[in-house]
Design a protein around this ligand. Sequence first.
Ligand code: TRP
Length: 335
Amino acid sequence: MSRQRFLTGITPSGTPHLGNYVGAILPAITSSQDSSQDSFFFLADYHALIKCQDPATVRQSSKEIAATWLALGLDTEKALFYRQSDIPEIPELTWILSCNAAKGLMNRAHAYKAAVQANEEAGDDPDFGITMGLFSYPVLMAADILMFNASHIPVGRDQIQHVEMARDIAQRFNHNFVDVFTLPEAVVDDNVAVLQGLDGRKMSKSYNNTIPLFQGEKQLRKSINKIKTNLLEPGEPKDPNDSTVFQLWSAFASDDQIASMRREFENGIAWGEAKKRLFELVNAELAGSRERYQQLMDDPGYVEDVLKKGAQRAREYSVPLMEKVRAGVGIGVLS
Ligand code: TRP
């Protein structure tokens, strides 16, 4: 049996927050420490252009995300860590796959369908504001995955469909041209917590309710103080299962700490006190990596170097694969 190869992309369109940390970054770094499997992680900067037309944000977010993964201890000797746009074979493969992917398949993509539906509900033209980038984004994602013969793709639920499309596209290509692509499978981890944001909904940039991962200590305290609670007074019993403070606590605490906080809630801990303890817990976990993060943010040359080395290694896979693909479809030198 061949080695399992895990691959996942991170779109640089915002600042990493606690939800990204608990739900994606930490599980990915932990799984990359298992030397029986290969890990490929990349900044999906071409994907960022689909949602974000602000160059400064894309640049800043790319730097923040790269620094975040390094600060949290990603071992880039073991895992491949690179930037999508440093791999010219990816957009090249995207075009070739585009010429084979069925338009009907893309019509069914959730993100595209949701955009059309929103237009229809607003009484606009169905294609209003929809770019070709949004429409064909599953093909770019297929190229990201197929380029490296990845077998396992850790993603959130919203991305399962895209991995299935990549599989579909690979199958079709293997059948019609040359059998070069591994058929990928989505991996969804039901054990990782989906964190709640300041307002109690899922923590997400689009809800503007996030707690940034590496803001300064004072800022972190302030953010935690903003978490929405009910009006129960100190001494009144509180329902832990209905509390964002408790949910965040549970994502960072040990089992014993979770059990004892549960009792504190039942005994009527004051919201101010619960938030103070939450701050201390989260801050203790993040303080060390926050300092490394600051150092990396101040040394973009170093981060750039790591990414360039990653790209060099990644291209040892993408260049030969692309040669096979080109030959397979009839592109290349005359003989
Ligand atoms: N589209 C993914 C997201 O929004 C990010 C991504 C891009 C990705 N290319 C990928 C994830 C390839 C897994 C594999 O979350």
